[in-house]
Design a protein around this ligand. Structure first.
Ligand code: ADP
Ligand code: MG
Length: 721
């Protein structure tokens, strides 16, 4: 039914080496029985019925019951996209979930990915104007609101994984509530103004059901219409926005209360018993423990007893355990089946991410290495053994220290979800790498991210979306006034807000970037200094966790290899040197191996760089302008965004942060480790046993003074002797 588009997408696919044209419809037919066997299938009509009759519905169902993959399809099949004129957005907190679920759903619908079903995530768009079901990250939909304040291309927004309460999900909840109200009002005005002729109803929605909000009564209709027209242009034909909030845990009451007592639908799951084991003593190194546990399960149970899923904290953990397992897999005793580690994380190329879903080859057992993405977002078939490290990575924020990424114990609720993954298809086993006493100490739930994160970027987005006073925003859980104030002050210091708290032109420009405002500011500053090329390169390089890899047993070789790229100015230029060397050598697999460079990550850097360049070109920048050999120019630009992340050398040889007077230590992996320079700036602080600055470069105190004269002007005068 969409020949043009299908052809277009197929061409793209064949360029990627996929020369055979899959028979999409036949595949969809094949998957149909699987779809109909899911627990949610019996609730299909009830779900559609509720969604037709209520502006907001909360759906609660156990992981794997079919919420994410099925409900969007039910909507599609039931005409909620009004013959392709509007679309359905499904948000996910994580990129990997958005892409892999889109892929699965495209298969089930029987359409090429990027056709009727597609996805859009930061720096990657696999959709077309004909896309009716769009999977995206919550952050991406937030950005879309900036360009399309009423989200008029969507008839339904499905907010998935709402129980995770990510910062962006929470902001979206508030924005969607607002948009719903506005659209209900506009739709009502349209209806009364136009008296639509009696047309046959092609879809399930009864045109009569729309919700009256109390605000309607207070606002004189004509004036409101004028305002709406002025702000949003032509709104004729705009219909109500349906919102579906989906959660895997039983905390639905709060969502329901927030959306004016929206109905809650409970979908039964299917769960087999899972036996839980604890360690007798606390484990000093959960990576080692995870590796040994996986080996033990593999050698002591038949591989027919199912695959293994290991929960770890992040990409670095995953790659470490992957390497340990690859080594052990090479020397398994005779007769033991092969062991295949399958990592999954965002920087991994699509094709490799998809591997976790493929059935293991014969006489092989898969060990899936994942973060808490596999807790509720993704259901991987075939898992019967779960190994739970008991930790995850969380973003934290302390105004005196700045943002940090910490490895912390999970909540009881997460531990239960992880355990549950072992019992989807049959009875299973869950191995917790911590003691039962430690489990008892875990908090019941995690704190919503909005209560513990830096808010600078979302406050900028709220401002750009026209929210005058973020302090008054309708948050489901209100962040502290202190955190909000801090974000506003930070934006003021970055000149994104003026002294009346209004968005500046620069602020609006910065809000175009899917980046923390500090990076956008650096890119902005680079235009005046003529080093946009280097600025984009370095910002892209900073977007990945690690560029080098340091195997535990080859630490010295790895460090020696890194020396080749080292800049005495610090890590920012070291990274740039690496990128240039990689490009010059047309860096292939061998080159990366020889130089201990993380190939997956550097490829991701190239993608991000390309996307950023495109965005800059669209904003009228000359992305080819380069500062040539004087690279300190680009370092100075970084101060325009990172003047808060500076520390000064103290007489005793330590560094003390400028904005919080904390002692910070240069990370042992940094090119400046052990070096003394009057001032440093850094990309981030990480708290392990002490505060470590990561991605550190040398700065001249004068640069800091020039970048933020109001705050740090004193540094300039103290330089004059
Ligand atoms: P929920 O959102 O309720 O957790 P999903 O809709 O994500 O459930 O998954 C429903 C079922 O679809 C899973 O139990 C799994 O069997 C199947 N499934 C989902 N994604 C894939 C995939 N990529 N490959 C194979 N099966 C999948
Ligand atoms: Mg789901």
């Amino acid at each position: 039914s969409e020949p043009l588009n299908e052809a277009g997408v197929q061409n793209k696919a064949s360029k990627n080496g996929n020369s055979t044209t899959p028979d999409y419809r036949a595949q969809a037919q094949r998957l149909r029985p699987q779809r109909e066997a899911l627990p949610i299938f019996t609730a299909r009509d009830a779900i559609i019925d509720h969604i037709s009759n209520h502006p907001t519905v909360v759906v609660v169902g156990e992981t794997g019951s079919g919420k994410t993959t099925q409900i969007p399809q039910y909507l599609l099949e039931s005409g909620f996209t009004t013959r392709g004129q509007t679309a359905i957005a499904v948000t996910q907190p994580r990129r990997v979930a958005a892409t892999s679920i889109a892929k699965r759903v495209a298969e089930e619908v029987g359409t090429p990915l990027g056709g009727r079903v597609g996805y859009t995530i930061r720096f990657e768009d696999c959709s077309s104007p004909l896309t009716q079901l769009r999977f995206c990250t919550d952050g991406l939909l937030l950005r879309e609101i900036l360009a399309d304040p009423l989200l008029r291309r969507y008839s339904v927004v499905v907010l998935d994984e709402a129980h995770e309460r990510t910062l962006r999900t929470d902001i979206l909840l508030g924005m969607l509530k607002d948009i719903q109200r506005e659209r209900a009002r506009v739709a009502e005005l349209n209806r009364s103004a136009q008296q639509p002729p009696d047309e046959p109803q092609a879809d399930h929605r009864s045109r009569g059901t729309h919700v009256k909000f109390e605000e309607d009564a207070e606002q004189p209709a004509p004036a409101a219409a004028a305002v709406t027209d002025a702000v949003h242009g032509d709104v004729t034909g705009l219909d109500d926005l349906r919102v579906i909030v989906m959660s895997a845990t039983l905390d639905a009451e709060r969502f329901s209360a927030y959306f004016d007592s929206a109905p809650i639908l409970y979908v039964a799951g299917r769960q087999f018993p899972v036996t839980t084991y604890y360690t007798a003593t606390p484990q000093a190194d959960y990576l080692d423990a995870a590796h040994l546990a996986a080996l033990q399960i593999h050698t002591e149970t038949p591989s027919a007893s199912g695959d293994i899923l290991v929960f770890l904290a992040g990409q670095e953990d995953i790659e470490n355990v992957e390497r340990l397992l690859i080594d052990s897999a090479a020397s398994l005793p005779a007769g033991v089946p092969a062991l295949l580690p399958c990592p999954i994380f965002a920087a991994l190329p699509q094709a490799q991410q998809a591997r976790v879903f493929d059935p293991a080859p014969e006489f092989t057992r898969k060990v899936i290495l994942a973060t808490n993405i596999a807790e509720t977002s993704l259901t991987i078939p075939g898992i019967r053994h779960v190994i739970d490290s008991g930790v995850h990575k969380v973003r934290g924020f302390d105004p005196r220290v700045g943002e940090s990424l910490l490895v912390e114990p999970i909540s009881k609720s997460s531990a239960r979800q992880r355990t549950g993954r072992a019992g989807r298809e049959a009875a299973g086993h869950s191995y917790r790498l911590y003691t039962e006493a430690d489990y008892a100490q875990l908090p019941e739930d995690s704190v919503p991210e909005i209560k513990r994160c830096q808010l600078t970027m979302v406050v900028l987005q709220l401002k750009a979306a026209g929210v005058r006073d973020p302090m008054q925003f309708d948050f489901m859980d209100r962040p502290s006034r202190k955190a909000l104030r801090h974000a506003l002050l930070e934006l003021y210091a970055l000149e994104a807000l003026d002294d009346r708290g209004e968005l500046t032109e620069l602020g609006r420009w910065m809000s175009e970037f899917p980046l923390e405002p500090s990076y956008a500011k650096v890119i902005h500053a680079s235009a005046a200094s003529g080093c946009t090329r280097e600025a984009i390169d370095i910002v892209a390089l900073l977007s990945v966790d690690s560029l080098f890899y340091v195997p535990a047993d080859k630490r010295d070789e790895s460090n020696a290899a890194q020396m080749a790229f080292r800049s005495s100015d610090g890590d920012h230029l070291t990274f740039l040197n690496l990128l240039r060397a990689f490009t010059k050598a047309h860096g292939d697999k061998d080159w990366c191996q020889e130089h201990f460079v993380n190939r997956r990550n550097i490829k991701h850097v190239l993608d991000v760089r390309q996307q950023l360049s495109r965005l800059c070109v669209r904003l009228g920048m000359n992305v080819e302008r380069s500062c040539g050999s004087d690279l300190t120019v680009v370092l100075r630009c970084f101060l325009a965004g990172f003047f808060h992340n500076c520390a000064l050398l103290q007489p005793d040889g330590s560094y003390r942060s400028l904005n919080g007077s904390q002692t910070v230590h240069i990370h042992p992996g940094s090119s400046l480790f052990g070096k003394k320079t009057p001032a440093i700036f850094y990309d981030q602080l990480v708290f392990t046993n002490k505060l470590h600055a990561r991605a550190v470069s040398a700065a001249d105190p004068l640069w800091i003074a020039n970048a933020a004269p109001k705050l740090y002007g004193r540094l300039a005068s103290s330089q004059v002797h």
